[in-house]
Design a binder for this molecule. Structure first.
Ligand code: SAH
Length: 394
């Protein structure tokens, strides 16, 4: 199973000893025998002491450490990791009587860099972000079947958009086990959603906003709510369940708008109190003054890499300034960033700057993050990608 030995330069062992799982290519002194793309390697310090084992990949992150033990991982490696992940979810109250969909594996947060798995009531969707996880997909599938047993109807592999370009072939999309009909219905806090992993974005649904959607409910009664970047309409439907007087949903993608409409229907809401707009959020906001009591801004990651960070910050600033200017007096703004490279402090500073530009008095009511099924290893703070604020705009 272990193909090669990767020796680190002197001093580069420190971050590994602190259990951070990434080894950048510049930290490598030499590799003994051939490291295969996506193969398992042993990682050693410059003196030859074993530091751990992980997946090798040609790229800026050359090794993703999967085990910090000195013994090589055994055949039941994935099974053990999956049981540990299940224990964490169960300790967090997932699944429950009201929620039957959750993130089962959150990459580094579950000791499995490169691997995302979402569970949708009997169906799991795997998203590999590394060559190693792609290579190991059959082992992962077997381990999932062992851990979930007969409860598992299907395993869908969806990695076409997340693997490096050269790896995107016919094997990056499709069922690894069983089959299930899409769309599939799940419950989240008793709200129903259609899930389509075959056509949808990412694994089909954004499970990371579960608690923030619930919180929005508490601010929505008798309010006019605008949900921008709505995708499947998650925030919109929670606002309607909480008796908002009117909800408008905006997304640039016509497909997303169709999903929102289907989910509204599934939850029994008619068009008298809800309208959808397939439009760019910036364009939509242009001529809307003092129309909404509550606005949700949940854009896609404006920056996926460090180089794009400055541009992303300007994007967040412009978007938030616009919403702050347009919202009614005494309005509530739910604002988010899911860019990993924009950390909590930078996001906060960007919002402060937007408030200055908008010329509004603003109070922070809540700091938001991702829920417990998206855990963050304390040694890998980069795992905290979702940042949000609830603001009161005077
Ligand atoms: N809030 C959603 C997730 C948002 S994902 C939820 O709770 O599930 C981001 C969405 O933004 C995508 O659906 C994408 O189509 C949409 N989008 C991207 N750029 C946009 C823009 N400029 N204006 C409006 N929508 C946009």
């Amino acid at each position: 199973m272990i193909h090669a030995k990767v020796f680190l330069k002197k001093g580069k062992e420190i971050s590994i000893q602190r259990l951070h799982p990434w080894i950048f290519s510049g930290a490598i002194q030499r590799i003994e025998s051939n490291a295969i793309e996506g193969g398992w390697v042993e990682v050693l310090d410059f003196k030859g002491t074993t530091l751990g084992f992980g997946h090798y990949q040609n790229g800026s992150i050359a090794v993703r450490i999967l085990s910090f033990e000195i013994q090589p991982p055994e055949d039941d490696f994935y099974v053990k990791r999956f049981y540990a992940a299940l224990l964490l979810r169960n300790a967090s109250g997932l699944p429950s009587d009201v929620t039957n969909a959750y993130r089962f594996i959150h990459a580094e947060g579950d000791g499995l860099p490169g691997l995302i798995i979402d569970y949708y009531d009997g169906v799991v969707v795997i998203q590999a972000h590394s060559a190693g996880m792609h290579n190991d997909r059959e082992k992962i599938s077997e381990a999932l079947q062992k851990v979930f047993g007969f409860h598992l109807k299907a395993i869908y592999y969806k990695s076409h958009g997340t693997l490096p370009g050269k790896m995107r072939d016919d094997n990056t999309e499709g069922y690894l086990h069983g089959m299930a009909v899409v769309p599939h219905i799940i419950f989240e806090n008793n709200v129903k959603f259609y899930i389509d992993w075959e056509q949808g974005q990412k694994t089909g649904f954004f499970l990371d906003q579960r608690e923030n959607r619930k919180l929005l409910g508490g601010f929505s009664k008798n309010k006019k709510v605008l949900n921008t970047f709505c995708y499947t309409g998650g925030f919109s439907i929670y606002a309607l369940h909480a008796e908002a007087s009117l909800v408008h949903s905006v997304d640039a993608s016509q497909k997303a708008i169709e999903l929102t409409e289907k989910n509204l229907e599934l939850n029994g809401f008619d068009k008298s109190i809800h309208q959808c707009f397939a439009q760019d959020t910036f364009d939509y906001l242009k001529d809307k003054q003092d129309e909404y009591d509550v606005i949700v801004l949940d854009p896609p990651a404006f920056a996926k890499h460090r180089d794009a960070r400055h541009q992303a910050v300007r994007g967040y600033q412009r978007l938030n300034t616009e919403a702050m200017k347009k919202i009614k007096q005494g309005g509530i703004l739910f604002t988010f960033s899911c860019s990993q490279v924009v950390d909590r402090q930078l996001f906060y500073d960007t919002i402060v700057s937007a408030a200055i530009h908008a010329g509004r008095q603003i109070k922070v009511l809540h700091h938001l993050s991702q829920p417990a099924d998206h855990p963050v290893s304390i040694f890998h703070p980069e795992g905290e990608y979702l940042k949000g604020l609830v603001l009161y705009v005077e």
